[in-house]
Design a protein. Structure first.
Length: 145
C-alpha cells in the first residue's frame, strides 16, 4: 500500500475509535505530510469536519501557490464540499482509497483538470462497508441523505 494512503487509513481508524465516521485524509506537499485529519463531525458536533477539510485545516493557512505542489490523499471518494475545497485551492491531484461504497464528485474534479488516482484499496473498502452496515443513520447524515 502507498505510504501516504496508509497514513490516511490510520486517520480513518483513529476516527472510528473516537466514535466517528472512518474516513481519513492527509495533505502531502512535495513528498511530506503537512496536514492530516479524519472525519470529526460526530466528535466535534460539526457540520463541515470531513476528513479532507480536517487535513486542510490542520495544514494551516498557506499561500495559494503552496497547494499547487500538493497531493490530497483520502480513503473515500470526496463529496461535493471536499471536492469544492480541492478546486478552490487548486490542488492538482487527489489519490482516492476507494469509490465503491461512495462515489463523490469525481467527474467534476476531472472536468476541472484534477488528476484522480482511484486505488480501490481492499482495506479502505472493507472499513467503510462495515461502518455503513453498522451505522447507516450516521452514514446517511454524513452524505446529506
Amino acid at each position: 500500500m502507498d505510504a501516504f494512503l496508509a497514513e490516511a487509513l490510520e486517520e480513518a481508524r483513529r476516527g472510528l475509535k473516537e466514535g466517528g465516521i472512518p474516513i481519513g485524509s492527509v495533505l502531502v506537499h512535495q513528498g511530506h505530510i503537512v496536514g492530516r485529519g479524519h472525519n470529526r463531525r460526530i466528535q466535534q458536533g460539526s457540520t463541515v469536519l470531513h476528513a479532507e477539510m480536517d487535513a486542510l485545516e490542520n495544514a494551516g493557512r498557506q499561500r495559494q501557490s503552496f497547494y499547487r505542489d500538493c497531493v490530497l490523499y483520502t480513503t473515500l471518494s470526496p463529496c461535493s464540499m471536499c471536492s469544492g475545497a480541492a478546486l478552490l485551492y487548486r490542488i492538482p491531484q487527489i489519490v482516492i482509497g476507494e469509490n465503491i461504497n461512495f462515489k463523490g464528485e469525481e467527474e467534476l474534479l476531472r472536468r476541472r483538470g484534477v488528476r484522480l488516482d482511484v486505488l480501490n484499496n481492499r482495506d479502505c473498502i472493507d472499513l467503510m462497508r462495515q461502518f455503513i452496515n453498522d451505522q447507516p443513520v450516521l452514514w446517511n447524515e454524513d452524505i446529506g441523505q
